[in-house]
Write a protein of this length. Structure first.
Lengths: 190, 290
């Protein structure tokens, strides 16, 4: 079972910084700083749902500054073991988010609404897509089980899943396994 | 000067302006019968250039339509005190009326912080006029990205000018049936080639102004070279091209126009700054005019 993790929803169109028209890097920077504050308040393992459904327009500059840089920093470990999920429907607005993340060779998990089936926005290397899908299908799976499912050796499987964890697309748990070993378990984040 | 004031029709004036050195100047627009936003913004940039170099600048206009249009577009609000004209501007002010095609009068801006307000206003106008969300997004994204580029890279004493106009016919190329929105921005900054030249990685792409313009339209090309930067212009050009329109970028002595299937380059007279003109035709199924 996937453990229930702390989460918070950040509505981009709401609050002081919000609005239906999100344009310019300057506005994007202000929103990113607010998102960073919300992320840092979450406990480790927590999820920040970035809900952009109330936004009508998000230009590329805003999308890159608010989300592209945020995901980039998250992938470099700046926010520790905390995750980002975009809450947005499949509409034109995603194009600029997609373009920004692709430029940065990054990706985010996206859901139409909280609890809905997850998808991807951005760029996930082809060889990782199958691994990602298998983890999401399982919900939670150990490295050994995942390796068996994908017909990979344990090291190759661990390398792929570790890359997905660093991209912020899955949660990785390390458990001590007898005798004196470690067992990795990978979990979907949405 | 031909009957239509466009960015390109001012090329002879740009060429002559570079040689001006303090003497009185007359900008003769008496043959102009129609002014499009790119012509208006280019004229504003030209007059800013001339006003900084000579004490007396005269603007010669003919008839009532062109002076009335300039007045409606707030042109004389920016230049009424600095440029002499034969047009009776005071009488035009009395006749002032709203033109539903005017989506953004000539506006002068200096910083990125002014852009959200500009976008908010034009978005409301577009919504009130029945433009669909997708059209509003295309127009507002174009305006915000190009204005942001001007504010960031086009720093100059006068900042930048923008104007947006909607037409009930296609004005780009040969006049024909359809609807079109034209967006124009002009700044007086150092230009695209010099901006890109700050990044040594682009040395081979900045030999000429046209080389630099073509490269600036590629995804991910920016002065700083930071990942994630330099996407706005490429995406805006893509929006215009997909809509069957175009994006023209003029800077230094180069001019590049991007269409759906091709890019045209040509050499133009050297002039400071960067001008952008975007044509966004409205397709019949998206048009919601009554």
């Amino acid at each position: 079972m996937v453990e229930e993790r702390a989460h918070r929803v950040f509505e981009v169109a709401g609050g002081d910084l919000g609005g239906k028209l999100m344009v310019t890097r300057r506005t994007g920077r202000a929103v990113r700083e607010a998102l960073e504050g919300a992320l840092e308040e979450l406990p480790k393992g927590g999820i920040l749902y970035v809900d952009t459904r109330g936004v009508e327009l998000m230009d590329y500059s805003f999308a890159d500054e608010a989300l592209g840089i945020l995901v980039s920093r998250s992938a470099s470990g700046e926010y520790g073991d905390r995750h980002l999920v975009l809450v947005e429907e499949d509409r034109d607005l995603l194009e600029n988010v997609e373009a920004s993340l692709r430029q940065r060779s990054l990706a985010m998990i996206r859901v139409d609404e909280i609890g809905a089936e997850p998808g991807i926005v951005g760029k996930v290397p082809d060889h990782l897509v199958e691994t990602l899908q298998a983890i999401y299908d399982a919900g939670s799976i150990t490295n050994a089980a995942l390796a068996a499912r994908l017909d990979l050796n344990h090291t190759a499987c661990n390398n792929r899943a570790t890359r997905l964890a660093k991209l912020g697309l899955i949660h990785r748990r390390i458990e001590t396994a007898a005798p004196g070993g470690r067992q990795y378990t990978y979990e979907r984040i949405a | 000067m031909s009957g239509v004031l466009t960015m390109g029709s001012l090329d002879p004036a740009f060429a002559a302006a570079i040689r001006v050195d303090g003497e009185p100047v007359v900008v003769d627009l008496r043959t102009v019968e129609f002014v499009e936003p790119a012509g208006l913004c280019a004229l504003a940039a030209l007059l800013e250039y001339l006003c900084a170099r000579c004490e007396v600048v005269d603007l010669a206009l003919a008839g009532r339509d062109v002076p009335a249009y300039l007045e409606r577009m707030n042109f004389f609000r920016s230049f009424g005190e600095r440029v002499r004209t034969n047009a009776d501007v005071a009488s035009l002010e009395d006749r002032r009326r709203h033109n539903p095609g005017t989506l953004q009068e000539l506006i002068n801006f200096h910083g990125e912080e002014e852009i959200p307000g500009i976008i908010q206003r034009i978005s409301e106008i577009l919504e009130n006029q029945g433009y669909r969300l997708r059209e509003r997004v295309a127009i507002c994204s174009t305006l915000s990205e190009v204005c942001a580029n001007a504010a960031e890279h086009g720093v100059s004493s006068f900042g930048a000018y923008a104007a947006v106009q909607a037409y009930h016919h296609i004005v780009s190329g040969s006049r024909r049936r359809g609807e079109e929105v034209l967006i124009a921005i002009a700044d007086g900054g150092v230009g695209v080639r010099e901006t890109l030249s700050r990044n040594p990685e682009y040395a081979e792409y900045t030999a000429t102004d046209n080389d630099a313009l073509r490269h600036a339209l590629e995804m991910g090309v920016s002065a700083t070279g930071e990942i994630g930067r330099g996407g706005g212009l490429a995406l805006v050009a893509g929006i215009a091209a997909r809509a069957g329109g175009s994006l023209s970028l003029r800077s230094g002595s180069g001019r590049v126009t991007v269409y759906e299937n091709r890019k045209n380059s040509r050499n133009v007279p050297e002039f400071p700054g960067t001008f952008v003109r975007v044509s966004l035709p409205r397709t019949p199924q998206e048009s919601s005019y009554k």
